[in-house]
Design a protein around this ligand. Sequence first.
Ligand code: SAM
Length: 338
Amino acid sequence: MRTVREAVVPAGRSAELIPLLFSECIADPSARITGDDGCRLVPIMEGAEGAVRAMGLEIVEGPAHSEGSRPPMERIRDALAGLPPDALRKLPEKWETAGSTVSVKMDPSLEEYSEEIGRAFASALGKGTVLADVSGVSGELRRPGMRVLYGSPGESVKLENGIRYCFDATKVMFASGNLDERRRMGQLDCRGETVVDMFAGIGYFALPLARFTYPRRLFACEKNPDSYEFLVKNVVLNGVGDRVIPILTDNRSLPGRAFADRILMGYVQATSEFIPKALELAKPGCIIHYHDTFPEGKQEESVDAAFSRYCGSYKVIAIREVKSFAPGVSHYVADVRV
Ligand SMILES: C[S@@+](CC[C@H](N)C(=O)[O-])C[C@H]1O[C@@H](n2cnc3c(N)ncnc32)[C@H](O)[C@@H]1O
């Protein structure tokens, strides 16, 4: 087994000494730091023994571990070991990736360490751009609140369930929690149907449906010009230009009556206001995939309350939970035949 020389750093001094070992080019950046609660073993560069001893540290011989096999969070923590313990406790532990972009949810109190955090995530995850989600999505057009921590923003392509979603995460949202629903949309049987997506975004649901279920036509309506721009790109990127017609408008201005076999209403929190328009577009027997957030356990009565207000005859076929939304509240999708 190949061995390496390692500096023995007492755990209590690792926050102070490990960054110093790296900045003085004593630690080997390509090797893995090991150890337990008592001490950290930092592989050192050839010829650095004198410098290590001069720091009052002991040297031992240990097995070589390659950096690539270490979990990224471990490498991020090592690179940021010089941050105060309180900041280290608040480091984001999860991230989302899309192509060469990574985004993290960051505690606002970490703002002053943005640069170091951005660099650490970029290097450990091998990404060119790191974004911090500072305020979630907001407003009718669901604009994201992202700040650039590292690199420069731009388009990325996220490949998911055989669909390519091209978008700029600083301009448009991407709800990773809706993954199962995006997959389900690609597993429906829509052969020969005319479909309307009233809230298409960049094509979250429209693209898998158009690509895998062979509708005759899919009208994808989107009001936000940034999302519309990516919707148009994504239609081409996924080869569904023969059946998807992107439309930049408020869905309440969509023309036509009683022509849709299926309607997607992928919008939460104000969806019921759009039921009258959906009923106008729907053919008799049309299926509406109706999304909204409801208190857990109250989804059936809530869907009934919304539809009975506008519609004399409807049948709720199924209701599924898409994701948890807030404590005691979930995002649901109801399949309703009208
Ligand atoms: C929440 S996003 C879509 C979420 C998506 N279903 C998902 O899985 O992530 C809803 C989209 O509807 C668009 N939108 C909101 N109101 C609209 C309206 N009246 N007409 C057309 N599009 C609208 C927003 O701009 C946004 O892109």
